[in-house]
Design a protein around this ligand. Structure first.
Ligand code: ATP
Ligand code: MG
Length: 439
């Protein structure tokens, strides 16, 4: 009997359905951030990855699936998505498109010859995003916010976002020198891979899975100490925009990432789930201002991330998210003929703003409407009756927390959005003119 190859897996229909749902959420959030899907080939010329990902990275030096085809060309199954997207960006001259900042995402299989274990496969799925054409720190922050929004939409809460900056070329160069002189004489205590890294690319020693908790690495100089003024300013601004978007993050001064192409911001998202074990990094990304140029395109900055979909799926299964596919953001409950007109108006506003919303069409009473709202899995129920109409207010019940508040009816949409974005905001005085959280 034939068996699947080591490090691969079958998705039977039940499991496939879950992946389809995960992809649906990914596509919805991507739309909101205005990222569009790109599909590139699963294999590329081998030297694209040598050049793009880096000859001395683990991915390229130890993990690629490479074969020579019948025309004697060397092909490699893509181990990651960025190099292929950049190749396509250059080949299709997307840098000359009418829209100067190109925002792209992809979903698809990647291949790495690794030691298979839970959360680590030889064929695995990544969802990733790349934004080209701006070196603004706003774009770094947007990309991080996009990754965080995916997790929020999936209701994966127990995560930490680690960010750091490795700076521009000058900062990286100065840091590399400092690290080399610090490590000189200490390398012998590190693993054999680190001996090689010391010669080829010392920065990656900090990313070593074997030695990362050793005193030598813990006490090593950190990239932040070698940032140039402008690199520091860039990073400060990224942080400023993260704060503005209320994204929780940790500055992790030891964070570098395994690939050669990163500059400035690097980040990782870890999920805290026992089921993930050691493989708890679900997303990694950063800025790469030299990559497009080094692959033969015009000098174009870029920033992106990649999620491991299997690890996302473990996280989702542990919170049972995919058991309940359909839901509403809002169920609008009008309690009389006179309230229907205003009810339809409010409902329409919420729908135009993107909230999945519904209403009763059968003139049911309050009790059956509550039942219907529960069956429709509505997160919020807005109740609008005679008394509310007189006062110009509406009652809003959060089915998740069980709380019910009264707000001015014009604030319905804003209040729901605020709650969806920031579940902790809890205003009980919304009828007041001066309430900030629902302004
Ligand atoms: P790790 O440190 O776990 O090896 P990485 O730094 O090699 O990850 P990236 O190249 O940044 O990973 O890929 C982005 C994401 O893809 C990772 O955070 C992880 O979730 C996922 N990933 C990477 N390699 C694998 C694999 N072999 N199997 C499943 N998922 C993977
Ligand atoms: Mg790896």
């Amino acid at each position: 009997m034939y068996q699947k190859m080591k490090g691969t897996y079958d998705l039977l229909p039940e499991q496939t359905r879950k992946y389809q749902q995960l992809e649906k959420v990914i596509r919805n959030v991507s739309k909101i951030f205005n990222y569009n899907e790109i599909r590139t080939p699963i294999f590329e010329a081998t030297n694209l990855f040598h050049r793009g990902v880096g000859e001395t990275t683990d991915i390229v030096s130890k993990e690629t699936y490479t074969f020579t085809d019948r025309g004697k060309r060397s092909n490699t199954l893509r181990p990651e998505g960025t190099a292929g997207v950049v190749r396509s960006y250059i080949e299709n001259k997307l840098y000359a498109a009418k829209i100067p900042v190109q925002k792209l995402y992809y979903v698809g299989p990647m291949f790495r010859y690794e030691r298979p274990q839970k959360g680590r496969y030889r064929q695995f799925l990544q969802f990733g995003a790349e934004a080209f054409g701006s070196s603004s720190p706003m774009l770094d922050a947007e990309v991080i916010s996009y990754a965080v929004s995916i997790l929020r939409a999936l209701k994966i809460k127990d995560v930490t976002v680690h960010v750091n900056s490795i700076g521009d070329d000058e900062s990286k160069q100065k840091y590399r020198e400092a690290l080399v002189s610090y490590l000189d004489g200490k390398v012998d205590t590190l693993c054999s891979d680190c001996h090689n890294r010391f010669k080829t690319n010392p920065l990656r020693i900090l990313d070593c899975k074997i030695d990362k908790d050793s005193d030598v690495l813990k006490n090593a100089p950190k990239p932040v100490q070698y940032l140039t003024e402008s690199a520091k300013e860039h990073f400060d601004n990224v942080i400023k925009y993260l704060e503005a978007m209320e994204i929780d993050y940790i500055v992790d001064e030891s964070l570098v990432r395994g690939l050669d192409y990163y500059t400035h911001t690097v980040f990782e998202v870890n999920a805290h789930l026992d089921s993930l074990g050691a493989q708890n990094t679900i997303c990694g990304g950063g800025r790469y201002d030299n990559l497009v140029e080094s692959l033969g395109g015009p000098k174009t900055p870029g920033v992106g991330f990649a999620f491991g979909m299997e690890r996302l799926m473990f996280a989702l299964e542990s919170i049972n998210f995919l058991g309940e596919p359909e839901y509403l953001h809002l169920y609008m409950m009008v309690l009389g003929e006179e309230q229907k007109e205003e009810g339809m108006k409010l409902l329409n506003r919420c729908r135009l703003g993107g909230l999945i919303s519904d209403i009763d069409f059968l003139d049911k009473g309050m009790k059956p409407q509550f039942k219907l709202a529960a069956n429709l899995k509505a997160r919020f129920i807005a109740i609008y009756g005679e008394e509310e109409q007189k006062q110009g207010v509406i009652n809003l019940k959060d089915q998740e927390s069980g709380e019910q508040i009264t707000i001015k009816k014009e604030k319905l949409y804003n209040k729901i959005i605020t709650e969806l974005m920031n579940p902790s905001s809890n205003c009980t005085d919304c009828a007041e003119e001066s309430c900030d959280s629902c302004e």
